[in-house]
Design a protein around this ligand. Structure first.
Ligand code: SME
Length: 156
């Protein structure tokens, strides 16, 4: 399947509807988790043009291990409760960080990052990983993005 460039609407509801359609298009029918998440990270990075890191950390025992992503090489393991990702896992809720330098324990992977959103991935009441997105723009992610991303990650 060749990738067809789409223009995402600015309005958030329409944006997240199109994002859901694109995720379904590029993951639809694929059962392999690595294949699904690899394409999901690419779709998300295309949709959010103003991000510098988009990808997944997946629960592996008592740590998160880096999964498919787009961006610079990143720390491969994050402990429970550590950094923004480990905090989302431990608190069992999304984290929206307007300014990463103000988040105690933030783990810097790309020093260009200024803001970040981390959204847990749920299956049968358990977190199996998190979606992590970084932007070089401060305050890039809003509560609307949190709500939109919490909906679309159910497709993963
Ligand atoms: N900033 C994250 C670490 C992962 S990188 O952003 C890719 C954190 O504090 O958990």
């Amino acid at each position: 399947m060749s990738y067809i460039e789409v223009e995402y609407p600015v309005e958030k509801t329409a944006f997240y509807e199109m994002l859901a359609r694109q995720l379904e298009l590029y993951m639809g029918g694929e059962r392999n988790q690595t294949a699904r998440l690899a394409n999901a990270s690419a779709v998300l990075a295309q949709a959010f043009g103003d991000t510098n890191w988009v990808g997944f950390y997946l629960v592996d025992g008592d740590t998160l291990a880096v999964g498919p992503f787009q961006g610079k090489p990143a720390v491969s393991r994050i402990g429970y409760g550590k950094g923004v990702c480990g905090t989302a896992w431990a608190r069992r809720e999304s984290q929206v960080v307007e300014e990463v330098s103000c988040f105690p324990g933030h783990i810097a992977c790309d020093c260009a990052s200024r803001s970040e959103i981390v959204v847990p991935l749920w299956r049968d009441g358990e977190i199996w990983g998190v979606l992590d997105m970084d932007s070089a723009l401060p305050g890039r992610f809003t509560q609307d993005d949190r709500a939109g991303l919490e909906r679309v990650v159910r497709l993963l």
